[in-house]
Design a protein around this ligand. Structure first.
Ligand code: ADP
Ligand code: MG
Length: 380
């Protein structure tokens, strides 16, 4: 029990009339930089989430407190009608909230004010998508409070636009969609063109281990926008709507496009290998994905390469960088019986080789956003 609900309740001045919601972070098993090319992805909603308590407020303002920040940076006040420009809000994290408020208003949310407090167990800025957890927690709670009902794909798209407005980064929809629609015990095979998702159960004998490299992400925003623009240019040159429609021979001479096309195929291969329990196949696919992200898409770093090597040498089934790259996390599949040993050995090797301090996160696949149970809330 982490006592978050108790702290949220205290911040709201008591439990009366409080509605509760939670939204998880995510780790992507396969398919990086494919979502904005309308390809496939295979993320998992993880057992780390943003918990929010909310109640209506009468003055047309939305006041949100983050209990994870020092008090002087932890409050934002936003007009409930969505008239505040997200990029102008301070402190910075309030831009995500303002983005959500504006996008929901554009989707027809009545300007109902709110008092809300939140606390998240998704580490911030690590690549496990604390930003999507924050946006989705705000979006589901603010929608519910105002009686706005949207299909999950529309709500995810609203949160994606909110993140784009808050950060200026042209991010894809994967993080928000899996935070909303993830399934317990399964990865979600998402077609980023149709936005349809199919759960792919992950057998209990396979554990999902995310390891933060200890390397803060650098250059990631500008590199992301550059890669995305290069992909769109490559598709346009081929006369295609998106690289989703390119064949391997179309892109044989273009490393960025080659990554996107091969990676999207690896998502389908991974889903099949997980379902078939094909452990060796998974190892090969993960190795090919990391090599493609490193050599073709050029978003790895020597440290991420070292962490992937350390995990595989320590006995992981497969490991690859996950997320945008340039630091952040690596994801590994590990036989459940071996998790402790693999983690210990990989961490030790990596520390010796790089001098960095990695942080392992053993992840359980959970359901997407919704109402928490009392146990989730950690009420004590
Ligand atoms: P990631 O999504 O990988 O964790 P991002 O840089 O995309 O990294 O998002 C992190 C940002 O999201 C933080 O810097 C902060 O602005 C915001 N954020 C996430 N969680 C919280 C929280 N619990 N309270 C306040 N802001 C948060
Ligand atoms: Mg993020």
């Amino acid at each position: 029990m982490d006592g978050r609900a108790t702290r949220v309740e205290a911040a709201l001045g008591g439990p009366r009339g409080v509605h509760w919601f939670r939204a998880p972070g995510r780790v992507n098993l396969m398919g990086d930089h494919t979502d904005y090319n309308e390809g496939f992805v295979l993320p998992v909603a993880i057992d780390r989430d943003c918990l929010i308590g909310i109640r209506p407020r009468r003055d047309g303002r939305i006041v949100v407190r983050s209990l994870d920040l020092p008090p002087e940076e932890g409050v934002v006040v936003i007009a409930a009608d969505g008239s505040d420009e997200p990029a102008g809000i301070e402190p910075f994290w309030g831009r995500y909230v303002a983005g959500v408020v504006r996008e929901l208003a554009r989707c027809g949310r009545p300007p109902v004010g709110a008092d809300a407090a939140l606390s998240s167990t998704v580490p911030r800025g690590s690549g496990l998508s604390s930003s999507a957890a924050l946006e989705v927690a705000c979006a589901v709670s603010l929608s519910e409070l105002a009686g706005l009902v949207l299909p999950p794909t529309e709500l995810a798209a609203a949160c994606q636009r909110a993140e784009q407005a808050a950060t200026g980064v042209p991010c894809g929809i994967m993080d928000q969609l899996v935070s909303l629609t993830g399934r317990a015990g399964a990865a979600l095979l998402i077609d980023c063109r149709s936005l349809e998702g199919r759960p792919v159960p992950v057998p209990p004998r396979l554990a999902i281990l995310a390891v933060h490299s200890g390397l803060p992400r650098a250059l990631v925003d500008s590199a992301y926008a550059e890669r995305r623009a290069a992909c769109e240019a490559a598709a346009a040159q081929l006369g295609l709507r998106a690289l989703r429609d390119a064949s391997p021979s179309d892109v044989a001479d273009d490393p960025f496009a080659r990554h996107v096309v091969s990676e999207s195929r690896r998502v389908l291969d991974t889903a099949r290998a997980i379902s078939a329990g094909n452990i060796e196949g998974l190892g090969r696919i993960f190795a090919a994905s990391h090599a493609s992200l490193r050599d073709d898409y050029q978003v790895s770093t020597p440290e991420l390469d070292a962490l992937v090597d350390a995990l595989v040498e320590a006995g992981a089934v497969g490991a690859r960088l996950t997320g945008a790259g340039f630091g952040g996390c690596v994801v590994a599949l590990v036989r459940s019986d071996d998790v402790e040993e693999v983690t210990r050995h990989a961490v030790a090797r990596y520390r010796v080789r790089t001098g960095l301090r990695p942080t392992p996160f053993l992840c359980r696949a959970v359901d997407g956003a919704g109402r928490p149970t009392i146990a989730d809330r950690g009420a004590d």
